[in-house]
Design a binder for this molecule. Sequence first.
Ligand SMILES: [Zn+2]
Length: 367
Amino acid sequence: MSVYPLIFEPILKPRIWGGRQLADVLGKPLPPGEPIGESWELADLPGNESLVREGPARGWSIRRIMEQWGRDLLGTVQPIRGRFPLLVKFLDASRDLSVQVHPSPAAAAAEANADPKDEAWYVIAAQPGAIIYHGLNEGVTRGRVLEALARGEVASLLRRVPARPGDCFWLPAGTVHALGAGLLVTEVQTPSDTTYRLFDWNRVDESTGRPRELHVEQALRSINFEAPGPPPRQDRTHVASLWTTVTRLVTCDRFVLDQVRMAEGAEQSIPYAEPVVWIVLEGAAEIGYAGGVATARRGDVVLLPAALEKARMRAVERCVWLEVRIPSPGDLIGYGGQPPERPASPGKVPAPEGSPSQPRASAPPQE
Ligand SMILES: [Zn+2]
């Protein structure tokens, strides 16, 4: 079997804080009448292994794809603890999520059964006034957190950041965070299910009649009190050509996140020799390759294998997607120092090779 662009079946998670936006906005096939909080789109964790939705590998797990396609899937990118090095989800929060933190590699090493996690949120839809909690306010110490927990009031210690569609928040390990009510986001993260819940708003879990478990000690050991509030947003850079605009949203050791916009009808080659994940937010695109054509539309998350041949993409409608790439070993020479320089992304290709059949007079779309 030769490689082809992979779209996986969503793994849907009922959550008391969930809603119906995953169906209404992103077209996910939700079961009726139940709030669904998460759709795991690309996951390679024990008990949560994505299954291929269509094509010759339909029904295969990402595990099996990893084993059978090997380097054709990953190129020079390294798995993390043997797993595919990204986890991609959509989250629909109709209520505030718990206040939590994920461990850094050093913090995880000191805990039992813990894996480090960095993550980023991109806001797809937001109700007016929606916020995220991102880090601690300046000067908040471990002691003040303990006092606040004893009083059952933690919100005043947390930095509140307004969240609007198109915002992207970087949440490195050690950053206390909570997704606020009224937000639909896509979450890109390293493959780990280690979450330490610091505070749950004094809520009672309706399904059990009891508060959900907290992990205060682990959370306090994982919080980076030295840098309690890293900048919620990294500086954006834009590269625009006539038909395509690429906006760099996040650069970190584990992934690089770009937003790409392409005009209807525009077409260009896909130049990568490494795996790339596309999260389609608007419109639809055809991805042509040596063996056929795949279509990706709003709500689809597509994994392009490293060895995809003669790959080209064409926006059948004006299309917006997030592109996620993984720093490869060559990029990691400066690991821990400066963010790695990235090779050109499609939008940085000097000019799209094709051109829309109906040239447009408008400038590239603005933020
Ligand atoms: Zn988190």
